[in-house]
Design a protein around this ligand. Sequence first.
Ligand code: ATP
Ligand code: MG
Length: 262
Amino acid sequence: MALVPRIGFDSVTMRFGGVAAVDDCSFDIPAGKITGLIGPNGAGKTTAFNVIAGLLAPTEGRVFLDGDDITALPDFRRQALGLSRTFQLAHEFSRMTVIENLMVSARNDIGENIFNAVFRPSSCLDQERQAFEKAQQTLAFLEIDQLAYELAGNLSGGQKKLLELGRALMQEPRIILLDEIGAGVNRTLLGKIADKIKQLNEERGYTFCLIEHDLDFVARLCHGVIVMAQGNVLMTGTVNEVRRDERVIEAYFGGGKYQDAS
Ligand SMILES: Nc1ncnc2c1ncn2[C@@H]1O[C@H](COP(=O)(O)OP(=O)(O)OP(=O)(O)O)[C@@H](O)[C@H]1O
Ligand SMILES: [Mg+2]
């Protein structure tokens, strides 16, 4: 019997006015794996993520989580089910410290309820204490404890990407969608981000789907790759299979000679 995919993206179309950014597109993200989502600029990758995360309601089609139809669920309900994501452009609160940025991203089941805030303040304090501890653990895991009380706006581009990953981890997710977490990050930090993703996958069983243009980064991490072009899936396969495929080369380089990303 075929395994139920963690995410099923089923015949999804997302139209903006006359433009179909995603066009009758279907793919699966398998549970417990790291899957790459690649393709040229404008292929519809970020739009697909936004539909999966619940930021966009698709024009047509359905999204499944562990076999359950989640198309009608708002984004926060999907987060509560363990779906987390990072954004192509890091969106930290620049005037807040790193640890505060993590704490506001924590899963919060009690404190945001006005009744609890007024009548059960001690439960809110407990929750805040837990968020603080979790934020400290997350900083230690990402090896950026020394930045805890730095303003997020002062971080380097790469450090902001690590913070972005940290904020996703604060949601206690089972699946994380990473939108170009490696873009603009220097080689050393990129290696560190790759190690952390691998560790979360191997030791904690997190499922990842990552959009990335750097094929070496994809090759280092991904068990399988989905290639999108013009709103649809062009092919799926291993990194080496898709790297060599004529259709992929054509989609990326318009028939020009393929050059290795390294
Ligand atoms: N909110 C929107 N309104 C109108 N058009 C949009 C919107 N979002 C995306 N598009 C269009 O949909 C297409 C796909 O965009 P998308 O951002 O999903 O591509 P992408 O594969 O993530 O590209 P990149 O690699 O450059 O990030 C593009 O033509 C884009 O201009
Ligand atoms: Mg994008």
